[in-house]
Design a protein. Sequence first.
Length: 349
Amino acid sequence: MTHPDWPPRENVDLTERTTLGLPARAEWFVRVSHREALIRALEWAAQHDLETLVLGGGSNVVLDTFQPGLVIEMAIMGRRWSDVSEDRAVLELGAGENWHASVLYSVSAGYRGLENLALIPGTVGAAPIQNIGAYGVELSDVLVSVSVLDRHSGQVRVLGPDECAFAYRDSVFKREPGRYVVLDVRLALSRSRPVNLSYRELADWLDGRQPETLRAADVAEAVSQIRRRKLPDPALLPNAGSFFKNPVISRDTFERLSAEHPDMPAHEVEDGIKVAAGWLIDQSGWKGHREAHVGVHSRQALVLVHHGQGNARELLDLAARIRDDVFSRYGIELEIEPRIYPMALRDGW
Ligand code: FAD
Ligand code: NAP
């Protein structure tokens, strides 16, 4: 059944609107497909003294059974090319556009830049929130600017990469939650930039192919095949992708740990050594662990899964036991990657 986008509807089921499929209802719900509708929804929430939550594809959230206030589903669409030269172009995408469809759109037009980020679920508007990344590329590598509604001033602002303060799975949008609503995103693409095969698994998959002969579409297809082989499809086994961030530890801590665990995978990053949270969880014996309704994926220990009939509290309880176990073994504190709502459910994280 389709519903009109206005007025907001009361007591709406959100279960199918998140990839974890945990039971959740919104006190109020509205879908916004243009800027004026977003502003009207925010004003309505303010008039009724309601908190708000902007939801994209629901692939990076854990929602409790009741979501108080107004849930705003982002559906501002649109694709536009600008600054087109022989080699380069800027692709402007509305926040409600599907991310993977946008990747396919750009690579089929012959542009490179987004191919390593193929098959990441969710919307364009959520991509800057955690600076999505995969296979050696992050959104910040191609981002020109983000248009936002700044709820402090009520103004639309255009933020460049510096103002977005991007870091590993982090940004100003995460550090100042609720302040900005992303309206659209502009990305710098190029026909000639070299493909990025820095990620070993991707290079191995394309073994024997000369990088200069690879089209962006070939890389996107390789990334998609690797991902399909390894990651559970949320439509078949509900999940929110990586449940924990890969921790970045100091060199001293790393040297101490790697003396004890010489096979611990690690990668040097700007502010320290990034270790694989999935490896820590696997070594602690949790891979494939199953409880009544929730568990740990059997092929990738970083992914917690929902087997059905579970709820957010059961999942977070499992996550807390995994975190505590990893800490007791390695002295490394794991941090949850998906956003948890409402705030009260975040206690202890
Ligand atoms: P939602 O889950 O709807 O929202 C996430 C957060 O963003 C919430 O805080 C929400 O309030 C906020 N938000 C959403 N839209 C807006 C907006 N327009 N303005 C302001 N705030 C907004 N992530 C990666 O980085 N790399 C991966 O490789 C990756 N792989 C994944 C694989 C699977 C199988 C799954 C299920 C998830 C994966 N993820 C990955 C996580 C997730 O897909 C991304 O974080 C994605 O960007 C979330 O998009 P969404 O639209 O579903 O966001
Ligand atoms: P993986 O290949 O098993 O690697 C484990 C971890 O080691 C990765 O998380 C990755 O960190 C790091 N790593 C591997 N090679 C690296 C390199 N050359 N340089 C720097 N770091 C390297 O990882 P996976 O689980 O199959 O995931 C593959 C890619 O998809 C990763 O980039 C991962 O982040 C991304 N992914 C993300 C999510 C999510 O929800 N956030 C879900 C699925 C997949 P990085 O994470 O920094 O790359």
